[in-house]
Design a protein around this ligand. Structure first.
Ligand SMILES: [Fe+2]
Ligand SMILES: [Fe+2]
Length: 219
């Protein structure tokens, strides 16, 4: 019974948040109605809300840093499109991606959804032409990060970590860095991710260290 109430409360809260995003982001969601339906059909409510949070944050940062806010919104919306696919489907997609030969990625299932999502977006691009190469690449690198990311890749990478629905220690510091400059935001996100994984004694991909070194040296 208690669980039913909690579940019901969560569902009501999700609907409220969804309505809020739909009102706040009307200009984007009207323009990307087809892509929104595509993503909404693949994600449960909590991850859809996260994706909308990433889209909104990426668009806001794009405006702040003189990039294409519409493209940033779409990239944010789509970045986790493969996250709730069954693992075997993620693997099938991953094996068609440029990271298919990366033993470290293959060995860590948590890293599969980004390359899988990029391939999936590529498959949808014939029907949804706005899901172009740049959008696919921003999905590909949103978890690992790397040195020399495009501005769009950086926007999605940062927005994924600082969107309004996130809550973890050090977040205030990372959010502040992202307001200072995009480079500072990327470096802070990379440092935060490495630190978090170190504390948890979890695997850290070599690209995470390379990315951090690269962006730290730009500051
Ligand atoms: Fe993700
Ligand atoms: Fe995400």
């Amino acid at each position: 019974m208690r669980e039913d109430i909690i579940t019901e409360d969560a569902a009501i809260r999700e609907q409220e948040l969804l309505r809020q995003f739909q009102a706040d982001d009307e200009v984007y969601l009207t323009q990307f109605a087809a892509e929104y339906q595509l993503v909404a059909g693949k994600l449960g409510a909590p991850r859809l809300l996260h994706s909308l949070g990433v889209a909104q944050t990426a668009a806001r940062l794009a405006q702040k840093y003189g990039a294409d806010d519409k493209k940033a919104y779409l990239a944010g919306l789509c970045h986790d499109i493969a996250k709730e696919l069954p693992r075997d489907e993620q693997l099938t997609l991953l094996l068609r991606s440029p990271l298919a030969g990366d033993e470290d990625v293959l060995a860590h299932k948590v890293l599969w959804h980004a390359p899988a999502g990029a391939v999936l977006l590529g498959d949808f691009a014939a029907e949804y032409p706005r899901l172009d190469e740049e959008i696919q690449q921003s999905c590909l690198w949103h978890t690992l990060g790397k040195p020399q990311m495009t501005v769009l890749e950086q926007l999605v990478f940062v927005a994924d970590l600082i969107e309004p629905g996130r809550d973890f220690p050090d977040l205030a510091h990372i959010r502040a860095a992202a307001e200072e400059s995009l480079t500072a935001g990327v470096a802070a996100c990379m440092y935060g991710a490495i630190h978090f994984l170190e504390v948890q004694q979890r695997f850290i991909h070599p690209l995470a260290f390379q990315g951090y070194e690269y962006y730290k040296n730009l500051l």
